[in-house]
Design a binder for this molecule. Structure first.
Ligand SMILES: C[S@@+](CC[C@H](N)C(=O)[O-])C[C@H]1O[C@@H](n2cnc3c(N)ncnc32)[C@H](O)[C@@H]1O
Length: 285
C-alpha cells in the first residue's frame, strides 16, 4: 500500500524505495502484487530486505513505519527501532499505527522518546528535529493525562476494499510525523482539530490541540467570532488545522484553559476560547 501511495504522490521522481519486513512471505507478496498491478515500474526502484541495517547511511528523505511497531516484542526493541529509523531520516519520519489505545500509546512512546533525546544537551545536531503533525507543538501530549473522551489521539480514514467486491470501510489511525531541523520561526500558530466538529443550531463546536500543548473546546458562533471564522469552523474536518490563533492562559489554574487571541498574519480570522465559556469576541480582519 505504501508503494502505491508513494508512486501516486511522487511518480517517476521516486528514485529508491527501501522496504524492510522480517517476513519473506510478506516481501514476496508485495513484489507479486506489484507485478500484477499497473505500477510494475516500481519494481525497478524497489529494494527489499528482511532486516533493518544498523548503519546511519544512506539516509532517506521520507522514512515510514506503518502498523509495525506494535509487532515488536518490547519497549526496548521499539525504541531501538525508532531511533534507528530516525538516524536514517534525512527529512521526514512518519510513524503510524491503528487508532486504538495501544496504537496511540506506542506512537506517543516513540514521540516522547525522540523529543526527549533531542532536548538533551549532548544530543547530536543531526538528530534534532520537531513534530510536524498532528501536534502543533513539541510539548507532552495533553491527551496522555486524560480519562475522558480525549484519551486517544486518533483520526479516521475511509477506504475501499480490494480486490474483492469494493466495500467502503472506515479505519481509525494514530500517527506522528517528525521532521529534522528546527521548527520554522514563521510557522502558523494554528490549532489542530482532534475530534469530529459538532455542528449544532447556529454554532459549531471544535475540539482542538493548541500550539501551547493544551486541549481546547471552542463554541464558534457567527455572533461571537464573525461570519468568516464561523463558516470556516463549520466546514473544517477532524484532522484539519483551523486558521485561527489561540493563546494559552495560566492565571486561572486550569491546565487546559485557553483564552483570548490576537490577530495572526495570514489567519482567516482570530478567535478566543475557554473550555467553560470565557469566549471573547473577535472581528473579521
Ligand atoms: C501489520 S503488518 C504491516 C505491513 C505493512 N507495513 C503495511 O503497512 O501494510 C506488520 C509487519 O511487520 C513485520 N515485522 C515484524 N517485526 C519486524 C521487524 N523487527 N522488522 C521488520 N518488520 C517486522 C511483520 O512481518 C509484518 O509483515
Amino acid at each position: 500500500m505504501l508503494f502505491r501511495a508513494a508512486d501516486s504522490l511522487w511518480g517517476t521522481s521516486l528514485k529508491e524505495v527501501f522496504a524492510v519486513d522480517t517476513s519473506s512471505h510478506m516481501n514476496d507478496i508485495s513484489r507479486e502484487m506489484l507485478t500484477h498491478s499497473d505500477r510494475k515500474h516500481l519494481k525497478n526502484v524497489l529494494f527489499q530486505r528482511q532486516f533493518l541495517p544498523m548503519s546511519n547511511t544512506p539516509k532517506y528523505d521520507v522514512v515510514v513505519s506503518s502498523f509495525s511497531l506494535l509487532e515488536l516484542p518490547s519497549v526496548g526493541a521499539r525504541l531501538e527501532t525508532v531511533l534507528n529509523l530516525w538516524t536514517k531520516t534525512e527529512d521526514f519520519l512518519v510513524l503510524i499505527e491503528f487508532g486504538t489505545m495501544a496504537g496511540f500509546q506506542v506512537i506517543n512512546e516513540a514521540r516522547d522518546f525522540l523529543l526527549w533525546g533531542m532536548k538533551r544537551r549532548s544530543a547530536e545536531p543531526s538528530l534534532k528535529g520537531h513534530v510536524v503533525s498532528p501536534c502543533p507543538h513539541d510539548k507532552r501530549c495533553p491527551m496522555m493525562s486524560r480519562v475522558d473522551d480525549y484519551k486517544v489521539c486518533n483520526f479516521s480514514a475511509t477506504y475501499t476494499t480490494y480486490p474483492q467486491k469494493p466495500i467502503a470501510k472506515k479505519e481509525f489511525y494514530s500517527y506522528v510525523i517528525l521532521r529534522k531541523g528546527r521548527r520554522p520561526a514563521d510557522e502558523s500558530h494554528w490549532p489542530r482539530i482532534v475530534r469530529p466538529v459538532l455542528l449544532r443550531h447556529k454554532h459549531a463546536i471544535c475540539r482542538m490541540c493548541t500550539p501551547g500543548g493544551n486541549l481546547s473546546e471552542v463554541i464558534f458562533t457567527q455572533h461571537k467570532h464573525g461570519k468568516a471564522t464561523f463558516r470556516c469552523a463549520k466546514q473544517s474536518k477532524w484532522g484539519d488545522r483551523l486558521p485561527v490563533t489561540i493563546q494559552d492562559v495560566t492565571n486561572d489554574g486550569e491546565t487546559n484553559s485557553e483564552e483570548a487571541s490576537q490577530s495572526h498574519e495570514g489567519d482567516t480570522e482570530t478567535t478566543s476560547t475557554h473550555s467553560t465559556d470565557q469566549v471573547q469576541n473577535s472581528e473579521t480582519k
